[in-house]
Design a protein around this ligand. Structure first.
Ligand code: NDP
Ligand code: MG
Length: 382
């Protein structure tokens, strides 16, 4: 059988690394047909060489290395959507931020299988994505670990889930008091206890905003109302999600915290993925703990859930304001605890609460929220 042709958006990031680890071990089954990168040309060039890639897209507007790709007979594209005209079987969305919306919609309209890591796309415009998905033969297989676990559990059951519970590690500041969080530095926030990921999602995790994004992601992916989705802190990150049934019992999905599991599950779906790492047997599991999420410590989580419940454009704004606030924090322009303050202010300034049904409606709102968040940072915070 021909190897499956994979396109990876955001090849130079953490999702890209994990995906390539699996492809490297199965060269007869998968080939990298194309990829996108943003700023890390050196890494992109070395990946192209190792995996004999013939199509590369750079999303940064500054293309100083275009000649390199030409010299190496690699077709160069200056957008992710243009790249997606090549022949391929599976798209992996490993880019960060709502910039993923247009390529995701294109892949849906082209009836492709999409392994979705880029949750911001669903938070920005989940209603539109699902509407387009329902009109096409495309399939989205989530590779966010919690959602991959839910997908595994519910796809084997005939009855609808009564409840979905996402677990959260608690992030880098889980042992900090509310007062200590006020003094948290960039290095503290990026020091994630159980997962090694890109900077933006690590910041999101520390404030539990990542979990709010994931609740909204789950609402759209599994078409489950918000009052049936919960989140709980589970510091060991072994149980990724739980699905509750009418009789009051739960199914858990358990593995050690590694993105290799959800990504391989998606790549091999509907077949079983082979052994990935030496298995950890239950006798060697750590003791599992669960704690509730408190609003004084994680206000961003509750803001996100409220925005999700308010409807499409509110979650578009929540996501965009968060992207700006997280970036400003990483540039040392605001303190960590100010991230939810910026988001709350932007949400309070929404006046356009009309319906959205086209990509432009969502993008206009996304742009408005980004500009407003930048102004809030400049005028209120500093
Ligand atoms: P990284 O920061 O490690 O990688 C991000 C990737 O996106 C890089 O390839 C980067 O390119 C590229 N990129 C950055 N800015 C832009 C832009 N403006 N336009 C297009 N591409 C851009 O992130 P992660 O891999 O950690 O996360 C990627 C997505 O997956 C996020 O949505 C995250 O929430 C989700 N996710 C990640 C998990 C993980 O374990 N890492 C787990 C679950 C979900 P370059 O480096 O060349 O600048
Ligand atoms: Mg996750």
């Amino acid at each position: 059988m021909e190897p499956k042709k994979i396109v990876i958006l955001g090849i130079t990031g953490s999702i890209g690394d994990s995906t390539l680890k699996i492809i490297r071990s199965h060269p007869n089954l998968f080939t990298v047909a194309g990829f996108s990168y943003h700023s890390n040309f050196e890494k992109a060039a070395s990946i192209a060489k190792e995996f004999h890639v013939t199509n590369a897209a750079c999303t940064d507007t500054y293309h100083e290395n275009i000649q390199y790709w030409k010299d190496n007979k690699i077709r160069f594209f200056d957008s992710m959507e243009d790249l997606l005209y090549i022949e391929y079987d599976i798209l992996i969305t490993g880019i960060v931020g709502s910039i993923g919306i247009r390529p995701t919609l294109k892949a849906i309209r082209d009836n492709k299988t999409i392994l979705l890591a880029n949750k911001e796309t669903l938070v920005m415009a989940g209603d539109l994505v699902i509407k387009e998905l329902n009109k096409s033969k495309s399939k989205i297989i989530p590779i966010d670990s919690e959602h991959s676990s839910i997908f595994r559990i519910i796809s084997k059951k005939e009855h609808p889930a009564e409840k979905i519970i996402l677990t959260a590690s608690g992030g880098a500041l889980r042992e900090y008091s509310v007062e200590q969080i006020k003094g948290a530095q960039i290095k503290d926030v990026l020091n994630h206890p159980t997962w090694s990921m890109g900077h933006k999602i690590t910041v999101d995790s520390a404030g539990m905003i990542n979990k709010a994004l994931e609740v909204i992601e789950a609402h759209h992916l599994f078409q489950i109302p918000y009052d049936k989705i919960e989140a709980v802190i589970h510091p060991q990150s072994y149980i990724h999600a739980m699905v509750g049934w009418l009789d009051g019992s739960f199914d858990f999905h358990v593995s050690k915290p590694s993105m290799l599991y959800p990504i391989a599950y998606g790549l091999f779906y509907p077949e079983s993925a082979p052994a990935l790492t030496p298995p950890v047997l239950p006798a060697n599991f750590p003791a599992f703990e669960f704690h509730s999420i408190h609003i004084d410590k994680y206000p961003g989580f509750f803001l996100g859930i409220e925005a999700g419940k308010m409807g499409s454009l509110y979650s578009t704004v929540f996501n965009a304001a968060n992207e700006i606030a997280a970036l400003e924090f990483l540039k040392n322009q605001i303190d960590f605890y100010q991230i939810p303050i910026v988001i709350e202010k932007v949400l309070s300034l929404i006046t356009n609460t009309g319906n959205a049904d086209k990509i432009d409606d969502y993008e206009n709102m996304d742009h408005w929220a980004r500009e407003t968040a930048s102004q809030v940072v400049q005028s209120t915070i500093r």
